[in-house]
Design a protein around this ligand. Structure first.
Ligand code: KG4
Ligand code: ZN
Length: 329
């Protein structure tokens, strides 16, 4: 089967073709226009999607050496995400599926992030633990099977990606913050400043990053760059605090559940410091990481999951509404 995937939940306009479990094309246009605002402006995001969708979808189809008539179905992100941004993709997908008379499969963006791991390892076995870390979510899931998800813990306040983005703004670096902080941190000393790591002593699997962000804000109030303490040291110390919280809670989830099969998903999964820390710290479990291009928002994960759903008998749905707060369970 051949499925076109469309993803417009935030500031990435993306389209991809999946054919029999293989990604034939994966086109992404990132909206750089937001960087001057230090974060995504929802109305601008919707307008940019409108401008780009047609050509991105065409590029995805032609890069796969296909034409519109070869498509069996369209999969599109239903939520969670920005309402207007989701609407542009969903409306485009509905129109195209009606025009071509093919199935339409709404996709949960969070589930797509998790399933990106099957692109890294098609033989990934259930059950597994997923640390889902993106701009809007920080959650630990027990994935028992497709569609059977148990939430083990999540953040009480900011998501890990949000902590990177807000931290980056405080440090005067660009948006999105994760890659910026990661880059500058490579030259920094992560032990220079001990930022707080919240909820580390508690036995639960919850996260909290708002105290860390406030602590950085206060620190920067009196910060003067010097040889002894450079901006790179501050960034590296901040990154290390986030990474420590994430790896501690994943280690705890493994201990609590006894499940040693783990995957990481979402934009923050691209972070090399996190990957190194997890590999160093978690020796009693296997950790699978999606390819970097499948960590941050992309349509390959959408077309891939769409095809799986289609093959497992999921019926076409042309009348769904977008759902900005869509949950996994
Ligand atoms: O999954 P994603 O692309 O979009 C959402 O579903 O939210 O995640 C975006 C988040 C942003 O907060 C961004 O700063 C973060 O992922 N991110 C990173 C890295 N690349 C993206 N965080 C840390 N290190 C990175 N290399
Ligand atoms: Zn995402």
């Amino acid at each position: 089967m051949t499925v076109l995937g469309i993803e417009t939940s935030c500031d990435e306009t993306a389209a991809s073709i999946c054919h029999d479990g293989r990604i034939l094309s994966n086109i992404i246009s990132s909206q750089v226009v937001h960087s001057s605002f230090g974060g995504v402006v929802p109305e601008i995001a919707s307008r940019e999607h409108e401008l780009m969708l047609n050509s991105i979808v065409n590029d995805a189809i032609s890069e796969a050496n296909l034409s519109l008539g070869d498509l069996d179905a369209i999969a599109v992100t239903q939520g969670p995400g920005l309402a207007g941004a989701l609407l542009t993709g969903a409306s485009f997908a509905k129109g195209l599926s009606i025009g071509l008379n093919i199935s339409l499969i709404p996709i949960n963006h969070l589930e797509a992030h998790i399933f990106a791991n099957f692109l890294a390892d098609p033989n990934l076995n259930y059950p597994f633990i997923c640390l889902l870390i993106s701009g809007g979510h920080t959650q630990l899931w027990l994935v028992k099977n497709m569609g059977i998800y148990v939430l083990l813990g999540e953040t009480r306040d900011d998501a890990a990606g949000e902590a990177f983005d807000k931290g980056s703004r405080i440090l005067g670096l660009g948006y999105p913050g994760g890659p910026q902080i990661e880059k500058i941190s490579k030259n920094g000393d992560p032990t220079k400043i001990i930022f707080p790591r919240s909820l580390m002593g508690s036995d639960n699997l919850e996260f909290s990053f708002s105290g860390l962000k406030t602590s950085l804000l206060y620190f920067m109030d009196n910060f003067q760059e010097s040889k002894e303490c450079r901006l790179a040291d501050v960034a590296a110390s901040y990154q290390q605090a986030i990474v420590d919280c994430l790896s501690e809670k994943l280690a705890r989830a493994i201990m609590k559940t006894g499940i040693t099969n783990c995957v990481i998903a979402g934009g923050v999964a691209a972070n090399s410091c996190l990957r190194a820390e997890l590999n160093k710290r978690i020796r009693n479990a296997q950790i699978l990481y999606p390819d970097l291009e499948y960590c941050t928002d992309n349509a390959a994960m959408v077309s891939f999951l769409g095809e799986i759903k289609l093959k497992s008998g999921y019926k076409s749905n042309l009348i769904f509404n977008v759902s900005p707060n869509l949950k996994l369970t």
